[in-house]
Design a protein around this ligand. Structure first.
Ligand SMILES: NC(=O)c1ccc[n+]([C@@H]2O[C@H](COP(=O)([O-])OP(=O)(O)OC[C@H]3O[C@@H](n4cnc5c(N)ncnc54)[C@H](O)[C@@H]3O)[C@@H](O)[C@H]2O)c1
Length: 438
């Protein structure tokens, strides 16, 4: 079996199935397709499947032709029929791993996918998990479901974990060029997963187990969460002292070793950094430990929207205005620049908090024309038209996301008061006394 699969991978005749065609799964499917493999995408969202068959790309940041090329290759299929999961030789799962209401891991998507794969698992298949999760998920959640089929892992079929490091919107690196870790449940699984990924991805780094790969991904994201919390704390202290935190970070960055710049903001957003660290927090309890750094970082980062609202309140107060009755425009709904991804975006919390205080809030985002229903929010808002005349109508402009498309000079020239959480206005010319950092 192992020889057959290895040969198919080397020859490029292996069929690669990708489950979960979102920010991670779609680019991965394309990478394998570009490497010459026949690919089959699986998703529960029939709308996405239909769009793919029409050659349409629903992830705007990837460009309009992104899917067309894959469909034109003749080596592409997409389906919501999970009984077809026996067709691929390698099945890679990229389903969501969110948190539940009490910050506990919600592995229901991973479990359901493992159950779906188990139903058609056959000899010679390789299964890889890419979803971010706590160490031992692949072994404790996926494997038992497969073992129930009576086949033996490492002999009849193979299981590995390979974390995704996708950074949507990034221009210098992509799925093919971001180095990738791979760890198997056993040595044979690890070797086959390595062979497969090496066909599509430039640099694949083997590690000794699935657990090392799972933990490495969490370390990467915890490192970011903790360091962002640190600069957010610095920001609060330095702003109270009247010192520009952004200039301080730029100054510290001149040190050629031992310092890496992280930047403050209105709070954490996205599907990864606010969520993944708590997967380890939860699992750590099982081995009798608490993750104090992670929880402290979470506490600091989660307090940022409230801090920004306080700074906005004080800025209005300085101009003899209350939040109640003020017209406030939020610039940027996406959680980071130049993407349309609004998952966990702090802008939603800012809007809700300001509205709760009685403000009339609008938003503008060049990438998000309207809000849609999400797990925790349903704002039912539309992006306003941004113009000098529109800016003048607001008592305060609150910059939450520094999209490159914004003309910051125009924003600075036509606004009465601006609260800037991203140092977006650093290069604007002319008067600055209407700009407040937060
Ligand atoms: N977005 C990122 O930048 C990023 C980066 C690194 C790691 N990750 C991790 O990758 C995983 C996927 O994240 P994403 O951002 O691609 O999520 P996403 O929400 O963009 O995509 C997930 C896809 O899975 C589909 N899906 C849900 N349940 C399914 C099921 N049972 N069977 C098949 N498909 C199903 C959804 O319809 C959706 O298309 C998560 O674990 C995430 O933490 C994401």
């Amino acid at each position: 079996m192992r020889v057959d699969l290895k040969t198919k991978i080397e020859e490029g005749s292996a069929i690669v199935g990708i489950i979960g065609l979102g920010y991670v799964g779609l680019p991965l499917m394309r990478a394998f397709n570009a490497a010459g493999f026949r690919v089959i995408g699986f998703d529960v969202d029939q709308g996405k499947i239909d769009a793919l068959h029409r050659g349409e790309n629903y992830l705007k940041h990837l460009g309009t032709d992104y899917v067309k090329q894959m469909v034109a290759s003749g080596r592409f299929d997409a389906t919501a029929d999970f009984t077809r999961l026996g067709e691929p030789d390698a099945v890679i799962s990229c389903v969501p791993t969110p948190l539940g209401p009490h910050l506990e891991p919600d592995l229901s998507y991973v479990e359901r996918t493992a159950d779906d794969i188990a139903k058609t698992l056959r000899k010679g298949q390789l299964v890889c998990l890419e979803s971010t999760t706590y160490p031992r998920t692949t072994r404790e959640i996926m494997l038992p479901r497969f073992e129930a089929r009576g086949l033996k892992c490492g002999v009849d079929y193979y299981v590995a974990y390979s974390p995704e490091r996708e950074d949507p919107g990034r221009k210098d690196l992509n799925t093919q060029t971001i180095p990738k870790l791979v760890g198997g449940i056993d040595a044979v699984s690890g070797e086959l997963a390595l062979a497969l990924y090496r066909k599509a991805i430039k640099q694949v780094i083997p590690v000794s187990s699935a657990e090392v790969a799972e933990a490495a991904k969490l370390l990467e994201n915890i490192y970011r969460a903790v360091n962002i919390a640190l600069v957010n704390e610095m920001k609060v202290v330095l702003q109270a002292m009247g010192i520009d935190v952004w200039e301080v970070i730029a100054a510290a960055s001149t040190k050629p070793f031992g310092f890496q710049a992280f930047y403050p903001g209105p709070g954490l957003g996205g599907h990864c950094i606010p969520i993944d660290p708590f997967y380890l927090t939860w699992k750590a309890r099982e081995v009798g430990h608490t993750t104090r750094f992670i929880e402290l970082a979470g506490e600091v980062n989660r307090s940022m929207p409230e801090y920004v609202v306080q700074r906005t309140t004080l800025a209005l107060n300085d101009r003899s205005k209350s939040v109640k009755g003020s017209k406030i425009l939020i610039l940027g709904l996406a959680y980071k620049p130049d993407v349309d991804d609004v998952r966990e975006s702090p802008s939603f919390e800012l809007i809700e908090k300001l509205e709760h205080l009685g403000a009339e809030v609008d938003y503008h985002d060049p990438h998000v024309p309207a809000t849609h229903k999400m797990r925790h929010h349903d704002l039912q808002m539309k992006s306003i038209e941004l113009s000098p005349a529109a800016l003048k109508q607001y008592d305060c402009i609150l910059i939450a996301t520094h999209h490159a498309a914004y003309d910051w000079q125009m924003v600075a020239d036509h606004s009465v008061l601006i609260v800037d959480t991203r140092n977006a206005l650093k290069n604007v010319k002319g008067k600055r006394d209407h700009i407040v950092q937060a």
